[in-house]
Design a protein around this ligand. Structure first.
Ligand code: NAP
Length: 301
């Protein structure tokens, strides 16, 4: 099973990066793109994204071997219902949503019997959105987690080959486990960053803007994360509610223990704690999931 014709639904950061990565890998003889707004379609055409672009969902998915849902999670169920009658028998539908259980619940009921649905999540992104923010190397050496949930093994194998060709390392995970892991590694950290930037915004009033003017690297990293797309992140928290709340509960307990150590002057506790977290950071760099560069090797604007 290989994909000759690919349809990208939603032309933002992830879809455009997939397109450029496909071109780099010389994959997909014809790639069609759907975007709901004329502005996004116009921008996409201007930068040469996809072989054809349309606002007509039916036309975009017709004859596709692979359809990729690259829209916010809350839009996926409706789009699946709309495209279902027009899908070619034997085609694969996949998605790139950051939460897997709720995507499966939203999409699966509308997947026709003769179509494969293989949910997936590339663990790669930036704080930027829209078609112009994509780049071919986004997925290089990043994980793409496939959560088959009983999907046909041949369809899973084909999607694995596809993501590897886009530069990613691929692994399979149970959807609920995926959501818990991502709540720890991505969702709760984003919420904490949003909160910290909110605190600084509030403090600005009592510090005459020094928080912004003299912002140190720690805070700057928070602001980068907190600049992420509001629609996408609203959907992530609403659709991964339980796991995020579970992690935030644990986070609050840890925060209280650190607060207590500061109040009681327990330097040993703080030193031990920070030594453990430093070794976690080193483990992430050793695993190739980030770099030791001061800017974490992220592409410049
Ligand atoms: P993005 O750059 O904001 O692009 C989103 C696209 O979805 C746009 O083309 C937008 O259309 C379209 N869209 C939004 N609401 C829609 C609706 N109700 N109906 C139809 N189309 C709609 O987003 P992205 O970062 O590529 O994220 C897309 C998906 O990837 C999300 O499900 C997200 O969870 C997942 N993901 C994101 C990241 C990340 O870091 N960004 C990482 C991994 C996975 P218009 O431009 O026409 O409004």
């Amino acid at each position: 099973m290989s994909y000759n014709r690919v349809a990208l639904i939603g032309l933002g950061l992830i879809a455009s990066s997939m397109y450029w990565a496909m071109k780099r890998a010389k994959m997909g003889s014809h790639v069609t793109g759907y975007a709901r707004s004329s502005q996004t379609r116009e921008t996409a055409r201007k930068i040469g994204l996809c072989d054809s672009i349309s606002e007509d969902l039916k036309g975009v998915v017709l004859d596709a071997d692979l359809v990729v849902l690259c829209v916010p999670i809350s839009a996926m169920g409706k789009i699946m219902a709309e495209i279902a009658p027009h899908l070619k028998a034997g085609c694969t539908v996949t998605d790139v949503g950051s939460v897997k259980r709720s995507v499966i619940d939203l999409v699966s009921p509308n997947v026709p019997k003769n179509v494969y649905f293989v949910p997936a999540h590339p663990l790669a992104g930036t704080e930027h959105s829209g078609p112009e923010s994509g780049f071919a190397a986004l997925f290089d050496n990043r994980w793409c987690l496939i959560t088959p949930n009983g999907a046909d093994p041949d369809a899973v194998a084909a999607l694995t080959i596809y993501w590897k060709a886009l530069g990613a390392n691929v692994d399979e995970l149970d959807p609920d486990h995926h959501d818990l892991v991502l709540a720890v590694t991505s969702h709760a950290p984003h919420l904490i960053a949003y909160t910290m930037v909110g605190v600084a915004e509030d403090m600005k009033r009592v510090t005459n803007s020094e928080v912004i003017n003299y912002s140190a690297t720690g805070f700057r990293d928070f602001t980068r994360i907190a600049a992420s797309d509001p629609t996408m992140w609203r959907d992530v928290f609403l659709s991964n509610k339980e796991a995020t709340l579970e992690v935030l509960g644990r986070f609050t307990e840890e925060l209280f223990s650190l607060q207590r150590a500061i109040r009681t002057g327990d330097g040993d506790f703080l030193h031990d704690y920070f030594s453990r977290t430093r070794s976690i950071r080193r483990g992430i760099i050793d695993a190739g999931q980030d770099t030791g560069a001061p800017d974490f090797g992220r592409p410049k604007d």
